[in-house]
Design a protein around this ligand. Structure first.
Ligand SMILES: *Cc1c(COP(=O)(O)O)cnc(C)c1O
Length: 232
């Protein structure tokens, strides 16, 4: 299967998952997760009509973005989807459509500083350690309300929702309670007074569980393996 075939197949599955729960294909944005992929693979995915790219590693993002820009062929929106260190913020602000992985206030404050210098509002999501795993990055669910409130007070940071990565499992259904918990958390924050726009996105769902994520309300899915094939 070519990358183009894979993108097509994923789009069909996304549309079908959306249809099962009354959502239109336009409600769910496909982000290609590009970690470890070559510029040729990334170009192939862009040629197939994907416009959003997500990177985990800042250095890789900077190199890849320069390579794609040099082609002068694609208009790409970039997303930081991996853990972001404070000292790397300067490489990605300005320049990102969305940073998915804000999980502490000092990081948000650094984004604020760089965004203010660039005279923009940087869209961000809060990454939630939804299953409370020791090994995971992300803020604990019980602390999200406080961080959300602090981020809302930053004039150059634009809070747009939540992101999570459930524990790895071979069974997509194992992710469902975690996705449902993230959606419920967003709903609780809105009921608690947070503007709905600040919770308009749920970034959840990877290759193994993206259809379940769409059924549970994902607005952004981050896909690597199903688009590019297995990582080597
Ligand atoms: C690698 C990665 C993905 C995509 O993973 P696949 O299982 O290959 O689809 C999504 N989100 C994050 C944060 C990742 O690191």
């Amino acid at each position: 299967m070519t990358i183009s075939d894979r993108v097509q197949a994923v789009r069909e599955r996304l549309a079908a998952a959306g249809e099962r729960c009354g959502r239109s294909p336009a409600d769910v944005v496909l982000i290609a997760a590009t970690k470890t992929r070559s510029p040729e693979e990334v170009s192939a995915v862009l040629e197939s009509g994907v416009t959003e790219l997500g990177e985990n590693y800042v250095q890789e993002l900077v190199t890849k973005r320069a390579a794609i820009d040099r082609l002068g062929q694609f208009s790409v929106s970039w997303h930081v989807i991996g853990h972001l260190q404070r000292n790397k913020v300067k490489y990605v602000v300005p320049g990102m459509a969305l940073i998915h992985s804000v999980d502490n206030l000092p990081l948000a404050q650094e984004i604020e500083k760089r965004a203010a210098q660039a005279d923009l509002r940087q869209p961000v999501l809060l990454e939630v350690n939804i299953a409370g795993e020791d090994s995971k990055t992300g803020i604990e669910p019980a602390q999200v309300a406080e961080l959300a409130e602090a981020v809302m007070a930053l004039g150059h940071v634009d809070l747009q929702g939540l992101m999570c990565m459930p524990p790895y499992s071979d069974s997509p259904e194992d992710s469902r309670p975690h996705f449902r918990a993230l959606a419920a958390l967003a709903e609780r924050l809105v009921r608690g007074g947070l503007p709905r726009e600040a919770m308009r996105h749920l970034s959840m769902g990877m290759s193994g569980d993206y259809e379940v994520a769409v059924e549970e309300g994902a607005t952004l899915v981050r896909l690597g393996t199903v688009l590019f094939g297995p990582r080597t």
